[in-house]
Design a protein around this ligand. Structure first.
Ligand SMILES: [Zn+2]
Length: 142
């Protein structure tokens, strides 16, 4: 009789599970436990520390256009705003191209990590822009 081994969950599946814990811990305690931070650090290393810095300094904004389309805008440490797409690891920053796509030594950059953690914690800023401006933001992504 043949049977299949359970598939080893990949990083994104683990991350998805951890986000649920981030949400419930932050809702009930207003902070993340050391155990949870350790798990997140195992997945993301130094990227986690940088992402938490971005969240602490309120750099994550959900930008919604009048017609309801939305993206994340995360301001990097040097003040450059980067657009990150919802449900995607895409980011405009150089670290995405080099560390995530090319060297594959990170699963996502600090901006995307900050965006999804801030969303789970419910601490994003919100901004509404015109459809024209949204088209402009998306047009200038590459
Ligand atoms: Zn980035």
């Amino acid at each position: 009789m043949k049977y299949t081994m359970a598939k080893v969950p990949d990083t994104f599946a683990i991350m998805h599970g951890l986000l649920g814990v981030v949400k419930s811990e932050f809702e009930s305690a207003g902070q993340l436990s050391p155990e949870l931070l350790r798990s997140l650090h195992m997945l993301h290393g130094q990227t986690l520390v940088s992402a938490l810095d971005l969240i602490d300094s309120k750099k994550v904004t959900i930008v919604t256009s009048n017609s309801g389309r939305w993206v994340y805008q995360v301001t990097g440490s040097a003040g450059t705003p980067y657009v990150c797409l919802p449900d995607s690891i895409f980011c405009q920053c150089p670290a995405f191209k080099f560390s995530v796509l090319k060297k594959k030594d990170s699963v996502m950059c600090k901006h995307v990590l900050a965006a999804i953690l801030a969303t789970a914690m419910g601490v994003t800023d919100k901004k509404t822009i015109s459809d024209e401006y949204m088209m402009d933001l998306l047009f200038h992504m590459d």
